[in-house]
Design a protein around this ligand. Structure first.
Ligand SMILES: Cc1cc2nc3c(=O)[nH]c(=O)nc-3n(C[C@H](O)[C@H](O)[C@H](O)COP(=O)(O)OP(=O)(O)OC[C@H]3O[C@@H](n4cnc5c(N)ncnc54)[C@H](O)[C@@H]3O)c2cc1C
Length: 278
């Protein structure tokens, strides 16, 4: 069961609850990115199960008129078990998407997974261009990764980065991350044909994206999380911006919830009060 404390960020346990939410968002012109919660599996069986669930979810979405897609995590598809397991499961999900005209996003986890994630993405996006991958502005390597991706089909989602990373590989000061985000976003708009997703709730970055779109004409969309600035999501959609909400569902909510709490002081206080019952 999803405890009340996590319900701000998680749609429910079943795919049906996530689809219901997607349907409601559709009324406001907001698209849906469906994410089955699950990560860091140490065995193959749950990774195979989740890959199968994503294939079914893509078929379910295709049978509707909803503007919805899926987003998968590498360690959910078996990266911790072995790179070949992840690659096989990603291929299964991408084959299902290709069969029904679906779109697959690949989330980015901590920096030790970046190479394996980009390699698998590159293989699959050459087979099915209806794909995108996430890059994190806090990582020092991201500028080079953007240059690599710019030569491929598909989209890129730029985020600030949700994982605690060491300073050898990442900017750890918030101002430095924001500066890197601005520079990376400019590079993406200047060099990408496939389209750029602004995975941020930060009004300054969304406003910069509007300016960059006006300057370079690159297609873009804004992506935000369920439970965060939902009024802004509706307002942007009403203003003719393509907006997608990332909708996590399933019972493996703890790690995801922890990241949402960790990235904002107010959430941590809210969680503490709920735990203490006050
Ligand atoms: C669609 C989407 C997909 C993502 N995928 C990945 C991924 O694959 N890998 C990865 O590392 N990270 C991912 N992230 C998370 C991202 O890296 C950031 O941790 C997160 O988005 C917060 O950064 P921000 O850009 O919103 O800016 P911030 O500067 O952190 O926040 C700007 C404002 O947004 C609001 N806000 C931000 N976070 C919260 C919150 N948790 N609760 C309430 N309000 C909040 C606040 O008003 C805050 O002032 C994703 C984010 C989105 C929106």
């Amino acid at each position: 069961m999803i405890p009340p404390i996590a319900r701000q960020f998680v749609a429910g346990e079943s795919a049906a609850t996530a689809m219901e939410r997607a349907r409601r968002l559709d009324d406001d012109g907001v698209g849906a990115i469906l994410n089955l919660l699950g990560e860091h599996y140490g065995e193959r069986a749950p990774a195979d199960d989740d890959a199968r669930t994503y294939c079914e979810l893509l078929e379910t979405v295709a049978a509707t008129d909803l503007d919805a897609c899926v987003s998968v995590k590498p360690s959910q598809l078996g990266l911790d078990v072995g790179e070949s397991v992840f690659r096989e499961n990603l291929e299964r999900v991408v084959d299902a998407a290709a069969d029904c005209g679906g779109f697959v996003w690949v989330d980015m986890e901590d920096h030790t997974t970046t190479d394996a994630t980009l390699d698998a993405f590159e293989t699959q996006v050459r087979r099915h261009p209806g794909m995108g991958v996430c890059l994190q502005a806090n990582l020092r390597r991201t500028r080079e990764d953007l240059a690599r991706l710019a030569d491929l089909p598909g989209k890129v989602r730029l985020v600030k980065g949700a994982y605690d990373e060491p300073s050898e590989v990442a900017y750890t000061d918030k101002a430095d991350v924001n500066e890197a985000y601005r520079e990376d976003l400019e590079l993406a708009f200047r060099t990408f044909d496939g389209g750029v997703a602004v995975g941020s709730h930060d009004p300054a970055m969304i406003s910069l994206a509007r300016d960059l779109h006006a300057e370079y004409g690159t297609d873009y969309e804004v992506q935000m999380l369920m439970g965060v600035r939902e009024d802004a999501q509706r307002d942007l959609a009403a203003d003719d911006v393509d907006v997608y909400q990332y909708i996590p569902y399933g019972d493996r909510w703890l790690s995801y919830f922890y990241r949402r709490v960790a990235e904002r002081k107010e959430n941590a206080l809210f969680a503490l009060r709920a735990v203490l019952g006050r």
